[in-house]
Write a protein that binds this ligand. Structure first.
Ligand code: ZN
Length: 134
């Protein structure tokens, strides 16, 4: 199971990061940082609110998973991320319980983290990201 005390962020797929940032700034969010994540082929912006954050994700190529998501479903909520202490342990436990993992070996995410995802097919339609700070 996921042993976490924090929802790290909620990921939202957007076609154009700059346009989306302006929208979310108008809503009252403020950009904390913008970063490229080459492992995922995306550019992202983090916008904190309360003790969690919105993560806007813009695809950097047509092959990016975010480009494919937008093509299929349009812009919108892409994933919920929970922070874990030991991602390898968490992934092994989820695998043992027959959850469908997107990456059995974690990849490098934003802000010096290791990340993987639980496939929406095994979580009632919601992609769940696990992240561990390094
Ligand atoms: Zn994320």
């Amino acid at each position: 199971m996921i042993d976490s005390s924090k929802i790290s962020h909620i990921g939202i797929a957007v076609s154009n990061l700059d346009t989306a940032i302006r929208t979310y700034e108008t809503l009252g969010f403020q950009v904390e940082k913008i970063e490229k994540v080459s492992d995922m082929d995306v550019r992202i912006a983090f916008l904190p609110m309360g003790n969690t954050r919105i993560e806007l994700l813009e695809p950097l190529s047509r092959e990016s998973v975010i480009a494919k998501f937008i093509e299929k479903k349009g812009e919108g909520v892409h994933h919920i991320c929970v922070e874990v202490k030991d991602i390898h342990k968490a992934l092994q436990e989820l695998k043992d319980q027959k959850f469908n993992l997107v990456y059995e070996t974690p990849k490098h995410g934003a802000e010096n983290t290791l990340v993987s995802f639980v496939h929406p097919k095994s979580t009632h339609g919601v992609l769940i990201e696990l992240c561990q700070k390094l």
